[in-house]
Design a protein around this ligand. Structure first.
Ligand SMILES: [Zn+2]
Length: 322
């Protein structure tokens, strides 16, 4: 590493996991991850996690230093799950995590570490990372779908990140696909997320397991068993693809994107999910919308969360005019 490298800190802040990564970028080269620390999100609200983030950042920078001198990062990027206000740097809430309400995380971490900090919704951050460095390269109209416990979309429209009037655009997981359907964590019923997300898949599995306890109980188990050839799990992924296709067809009809990139579960399941998804989507879309439409897994997964946090520090300031 030369002294001319630029350094960035990334914080991927989720409801279940926190990851702090340090990146260096030499002139003319691509950013490389110099170190990472991860843990399960600590209980007790933001306090204990902020302490641990600051300590982890200090350790990573110390380990990267030469001659006893730690590098000075250009910026910290925070990619956060749940609704947040990127203009004020405030987390409004984190799904399933009590105590995380109106947390000015950018200011807190900026003061603790003496570095400018930016925050962005994780779906937007992932969309930018995939668009510039992953499976979204080369298009101007892209939808990225986070697809793990919950579902959210990041939209690149006309070559720009579309944040919306309140920076809340892309809550695609909460479009209703079944009137008065299964309850969703958001309080509504019949949301896409209540059927097709990791949490939704577990909810659909629960009543089936009451009759047959040998069935899988989580999305992860379904994917593992489907890969091993299990008939039930393959059919269950096909059914999940039908639900997903409803939501994605709505997105395509509204935004006319040319590529859809899907995160975690799709990246893990590959064509066991994506093949029936492409087929179901084609059935739902008018022919002109199908032309050139691509549905791809994340190219940056399983390191996508760290790449997304890096994109918030490195790429987003230029994209949103900071
Ligand atoms: Zn919902």
């Amino acid at each position: 590493m030369t002294a001319r490298a630029t350094w960035y800190l990334g914080v991927d802040l989720g409801g279940t996991k926190v990851s702090v990564s340090l990146w260096s970028e030499s002139p003319g080269g691509a950013p490389a991850r110099a170190g990472v620390e991860r843990w399960e999100t600590l209980p007790g609200g933001p306090g204990p996690n902020v302490e641990r983030i600051a300590a982890a950042a200090g350790r990573l920078l110390g380990a990267a230093g030469t001659g006893g001198k730690a590098p000075q990062p250009a910026a910290i990027g925070i990619s956060g799950g749940g609704p947040l206000d990127p203009e004020r740097g405030v987390i409004l809430s984190v799904p399933n995590l009590p105590g995380w309400v109106d947390v000015p995380i950018a200011r807190i971490l900026s003061e603790r570490l003496g570095v400018t900090a930016w925050i962005e919704n994780d779906a937007n951050a992932c969309a930018v990372a995939e668009w510039l460095h992953g499976a979204g390269r080369g298009v101007r109209d892209l939808a990225f779908l986070t697809f793990s416990t919950g579902i959210g979309a990041g939209l690149i429209l006309g070559g720009r990140l579309h944040r919306g009037a309140r920076c809340l655009a892309g809550e695609a997981g909460h479009q209703v696909i079944v009137p008065d359907g299964l309850p969703c964590g958001c309080g509504n019923r019949g949301c896409l997320e209540a059927y097709a997300s990791g949490a939704g898949m577990a909810r659909r599995l629960a009543p089936l397991r009451e009759r047959d306890p040998s069935l899988p109980s989580t999305a992860k188990e379904v994917v593992e068993r489907a890969r091993a050839g299990d008939r039930f799990s393959r059919d269950f992924l096909r059914e999940t693809a039908e639900y997903l296709a409803m939501g994605l067809a709505n997105l395509v009809y509204i935004a006319d994107v040319e590529r859809i990139v899907l995160g975690t579960i799709a990246a893990a399941a590959g064509d066991l999910l994506l093949a029936p998804l492409r087929e179901a989507l084609a059935r739902r879309l008018w022919p002109p919308f199908r032309r050139g439409l691509e549905v791809l897994p994340s190219a940056l997964w399983p390191e996508l969360g760290d790449h997304a946090a890096l994109a918030v520090a490195r790429d987003l300031p230029g994209l949103v005019g900071r």
